[in-house]
Every structure is written in C-alpha cells, then in structure tokens.
Design a protein around this ligand. Structure first.
Ligand SMILES: [Fe+2]
Length: 340
C-alpha cells in the first residue's frame, strides 16, 4: 500500500515541521529524479517512484538520527499501513543488503538493529528499491548533484565510504541509463531542476571581484552547537551577519558583525565561499553578493549590545528563519563543502 501523491506531500511537510532541515528538499529532489527516470523506463510507474522518493527519508521526522532514521521511517510507515513506503525507508540505505556498508553512525537500539537485519533478509530488491538507492545518491537539497561528487562529499563528512556501495551506485546509474536509453543527468534535468520555484534565489560563486561583496554572513558554532541570533524587531532567527561598511575588508565586516550580534570575544573565522541573492529575493531589488564565513566561538561577552535581543546556542535548526529561502541554503552549501 502507498499513499497518494498529495498524501505523501502532506506527510513530508508535516515531518519537516517536526524536524526542519535540508532533508525535506533532498527528498523532493530524490522524488523528482525517481519520477523522471521511471517515466523514461518502460514498465515503471512514475507516480509510485515519485511517492517512494518523497518518503524514503521520512524517518527524519523523529529527529536527527543516523541509522535510526531507517528504523524510524520503517516503523512509522508500517503504522500507517504504507508497507511499500516502509520498505523503501529500509532498503534505500543498503545497496548491497548488508549493514556493514552503512556510512553513518550506528545509533539504533539492539531491537531496532535486529529488526532492520531481519526485514532486509526477507526482501528481494526490485527496480524501485534500486531506483531510490540511485536517486538518493543523486539528490542534493538544492538540486541534482553529480553522483561522484555527492559520494565524495559523504566520504569527506563521515571519513569513509564503502567501496562496494560506491561501485554499486555507479552500476545503478549505468543500469537505468541502459534501460532508459539516455543519460541520467539529462533525464533528471540536472542543470535546471530546483526543488522549489524560488530555489534559484541563492547562487554560489567560485570568485567575484572584492568590490562586489556587500555583506558577510557567519555560520557560527560554539562547542559543537549553532549560534543564532534574534533581532529586537523580529521573532525569527538568523545567522550573525550584516552589511560591509566603507573602508572595511569583508573579513573585518565578519569580525565586527560576529562581535556585535553574538558578543563573541574569542573566535576563529574563515571564509566558506561567495554567494549571491537574486533580485527577487534581495531587499534592494538587485542581485547582491556576500561572503559566507565559518566561525568557532570560544568565549562571549556577558551582555549583548546593538539591535540583537537574544542569541540561541543549539544543536537543532530553528523552524522560524528570518530568511527562510536563503539561510537553510547557506547551511546546505557549508555542509556540501564539508563544514557541518
Ligand atoms: Fe536520502
């Protein structure tokens, strides 16, 4: 049994509100890829592929877990009677049907681990299991990624990537390309598809002229937790940052803003990269460029000044962002670059 498209979309939205993060858009990209590939392969049901792609990570609803999201997703979907989606929650993480290849942390209970093992042995992988495994390794949160870059990124973040899984993903890509008679990236519209219409609002750049950089934004951490701040006139959260003043280097802007907005006294700071915000989303109606930084704060001043009312030191992401189209995208970019 499967939910309808609409039901699946509603389930994902509801789950995202419980545990906001880039995983929601990652799921939308996986769903898009699955649908497109299924359309191109005779005999596959594109609707079913889309729904399975959308729900494969639904276990993330229950919080930030590694292997735990697999058993959470399975149990949750089974409880709703959606056994086909439950199966995908399980199979998408194990290309070779063994737990040894899992890239993340083993943060399950003994029972959960036992359940995953037991259920996996009962399943013979079909084309949908294979398809979602492939789509999972193609899907970023902002769009479709190069499969080898994505695996390389996971490898950097977790320190290793099973060679069997790597080879298997490449073999899956080849398998569906042969079946569809077309290049995977062309089928999934790699260069143009974005999970939301306004997903193109933020772009990243290798290099831009220094004079174009008008603001600095800082992803700040303190003892492994994020540091976000809240302006006195708003009830939403943002990252420290702000406009460059005349005569300042962009690094000085970042240092000044980090101090003003969080009270950080002792910190290390380094640039992650340049990004731009498209006209439709920027406040002044023009494409504007900024530098994204990474900071590790070691100590804070006792009191906050300036316009910041409050800071929050947390390991979960806020669900009320001041710039919901921009800040999650910046975090995702930092993650893709191996910072988070
Ligand atoms: Fe996934």
């Amino acid at each position: 049994m499967l939910p309808t498209r609409k039901e699946a979309e509603a389930l994902l939205e509801e789950a995202e509100s419980c545990n906001p993060g880039p995983w929601g858009d990652h799921s939308r990209v996986a769903a898009h890829c699955a649908e497109k590939i299924a359309e191109a392969c005779p005999g596959l049901d594109a609707d079913k592929a889309y729904i399975l792609g959308l729900l494969h990570d639904i276990g993330r609803k229950f919080g930030v877990r590694h292997l735990g999201h697999v058993s959470d997703g399975y149990t949750y979907m089974m409880s709703l009677g959606f056994d086909e989606a439950a199966r995908i929650c399980l199979t998408h993480s194990f290309n070779n049907k063994t737990l040894d290849e899992y890239n993340g942390k083993f943060d399950t209970t003994e029972e959960e681990l036992h359940m995953i093992r037991e259920e996996l042995t009962k399943i013979t992988y079909d084309e949908y299991d294979r398809l979602i495994q492939l789509c999972d390794s193609l899907a970023g949160a902002g769009g479709v990624l190069d499969i080898e870059e994505r695996m390389g990124d996971v490898k950097r973040r977790y320190g290793s990537y099973s060679q069997e899984k790597w080879d298997c993903n490449l073999a899956l890509k080849k398998h569906f390309e042969e079946r569809a008679g077309n290049d995977i990236y062309r089928i999934v519209e790699k260069d143009t598809f974005r999970p939301r219409e306004n997903g193109t609002a933020v772009k990243f750049h290798e290099n831009v002229e220094d004079g174009l950089l008008k603001f600095a934004v800082i992803i700040a951490k303190n003892q492994g937790k994020y540091v976000f701040c809240r302006h006195k006139d708003r009830n939403t959260w943002e990252m420290p940052g702000g406009h460059r003043e005349s005569g300042e280097t962009i690094l000085d802007t970042a240092k000044r803003e980090l101090y003003e907005e969080t009270g950080a006294l002792d910190f290390s700071l380094k640039p992650i990269g340049v990004y731009s915000v498209a006209a439709s989303c920027s406040m002044d109606g023009q494409e504007s460029f900024g530098m994204l930084f990474w900071a590790e704060i070691k100590s804070f001043e006792k009191e906050l000044h300036h316009e910041i009312e409050k800071i929050m030191i947390t390991d979960t992401l806020p669900d009320q962002w001041t710039y919901p189209l921009i800040l999650p995208r910046l975090l995702q970019y930092a993650r893709e670059k191996g910072y988070l």
